[in-house]
Design a protein around this ligand. Structure first.
Ligand code: ZN
Length: 475
């Protein structure tokens, strides 16, 4: 039984899909105006594991994630560079995919963009105006009237009266309530704009996610996700818009899943503090799988502290799992059907059950990964015993290996060609091979020297003779 924490009810709830055998997910995507930072990456890695998990359990997964390609930040960036808004948006959408591909994040089924959903957005705003939930302020735009929706605050637990008291005075005095928010913004000179019944303009931020999720997933869908900073006002406003439109406050997303913040060396990330890390920069120093593994070693709802030291630790830990993966590659070539006292598969099955129990408990990847470490250890001990002459039962071993790879497939590791650095093992082995080849040449054993060079080339390693000695590089 899968239990998931629901921000709406503030407790773990049993998950029952709306449609048997299927699961529908909407996750708020990025505003493509700069390179994604490590905090941006967390929800997408989190949802990638959740999707993999559902798929492994046999569900058909529908996953929608938007691009906010019409936004103040994009327009500002475009004006600063003297390029069009879509140049900026397209550039950083491309950068988003490059970063996420490096983290083994699988693509969504659909990536709707604001600029391509304009007609539906305008239709939804018009519907809200017609139903009395929104009003026009001529020259300014269209606003949602929070007082008209009696359930406003149901997700964040905030009360309108408290919000009014805390609201700043700078708000547009023509608004009916300080918390009323823009659905449509009247065009300003030099900004991209689209036609609407209220004149040229562009949508406010929140309406796009209501329109897109309802358009692609229907009136009710299983999960809505994003960072916890989106709970208020973004997701609260999405609920207000969608449920008002549908006339049902139980419609829209059934489970609200929010991931925790990322701090940098225990401080909030900010450009002014100089502790702002883009995924692109981190990838210059660490393989993508290390970054992914680092994120998943902490439960998604817990705060995650990012530091170079912790990334290095993750790299070492992942290297340990990688070593067992290598042992599996080697041992799986071995034949044998000996009756052996070692029952690796039995232990693996127990750990598999524990792995699934952890994932069923609000997607506890941290605990699931610890089961994988336990299996890694068992595989290492087994491999060492076999190496020392113990009997080998291929069927038993293959089952354990399959379970190990099943776990890896859900966590999303061992998928990249370049293996994570294994404590410099590759370097040490290469030094040894180069040294042996040099010795062969010194002894004029050209056949052996050439064989070493050719076999390395086959394995994708090129040797280069330089003045300071032989160097190697990956082809
Ligand atoms: Zn959203």
């Amino acid at each position: 039984m899968l239990r998931v924490y629901n921000t709406m009810t503030r407790k773990k709830e049993e998950f029952t899909p709306l449609k048997e055998g299927e699961v529908s997910i909407y996750c708020c995507g990025v505003t493509p105006y700069n390179d994604s930072h490590i905090g941006n990456a967390r929800p997408f890695v989190t949802w990638d594991v959740i999707r993999r998990y559902f798929a492994k359990k046999g569900y058909k997964v529908h996953y929608v994630q938007n691009f906010t390609d019409v936004d103040d930040k994009i327009i500002n960036a475009a004006n600063k560079e003297g390029v069009t808004w879509d140049t900026i948006a397209n550039r950083y959408i491309k950068a988003y995919f490059a970063a996420m591909d490096a983290l083994n994040v699988r693509h969504a089924d659909i990536y709707p963009r604001v600029s391509e959903t304009m007609e539906d957005i305008v239709k939804m705003i018009k519907d809200l105006v017609d139903k009395g939930y929104a009003y026009e302020i001529p020259g300014s735009g269209v606003y949602y009237s929070v007082e008209k929706f009696s359930h406003y605050g149901m997700l964040s637990g905030r009360k309108l009266d408290d919000m009014e008291a805390g609201a700043r005075i700078e708000v547009d005095e023509k608004k009916h309530h300080p918390m009323d928010f823009a659905l449509w913004k009247a065009a300003k000179p030099g900004e991209p704009s689209w036609d609407s019944p209220w004149g040229k303009g562009r949508p406010g931020w929140h309406i796009e996610c209501s329109t897109m999720s309802l358009k692609y997933l229907g009136k009710k869908f299983d999960f809505h996700g994003g960072g916890s900073d989106l709970i208020f006002p973004h997701h609260e406003n999405e609920i207000a818009q969608s449920c008002a439109c549908l006339g049902d406050h139980h419609a829209f997303a059934q489970h609200w899943v929010h991931n925790g913040f990322i701090t940098i060396n225990s401080e909030k990330m900010s450009k002014s503090k100089g502790n702002f890390f883009t995924v692109k920069d981190i990838l210059k120093e660490y393989p993508g799988e290390v970054v992914r593994f680092f994120i998943l070693q902490t439960h998604y709802r817990s705060p995650l502290d990012f530091s170079d030291e912790r990334l290095k630790e993750a790299q070492t830990s992942l290297g340990r799992l990688e070593n067992s993966y290598q042992l599996i590659q080697e041992l799986s070539k071995k034949e044998g059907d000996a009756e052996t006292a070692m029952k690796l598969a039995g232990e693996a099955e127990t750990l598999r059950t524990a792995f699934y129990e952890a994932m069923d408990d609000d997607f506890n990847t941290a605990l699931a990964i610890s089961q994988m470490f336990a299996l890694s250890k068992a595989i290492n001990i087994y491999a060492r015993a076999v190496e020392n002459g113990a009997a080998f039962d291929k069927k038993d071993f293959d089952r354990a290996a399959a379970i190990y790879m099943e776990m890896a497939g859900i966590i999303g590791i061992f998928e990249q060609e370049a293996a994570p650095a294994e404590d410099g093992l590759v370097d040490k082995l290469m030094d040894l091979l180069i040294e042996l080849r040099q010795e062969a040449r010194a002894e004029k054993n050209w056949a052996l020297a050439d064989k070493l060079r050719d076999r390395l080339k086959e394995a994708g390693v090129l040797l280069e003779d330089t003045k300071t000695g032989v160097r190697w590089k990956r082809a």
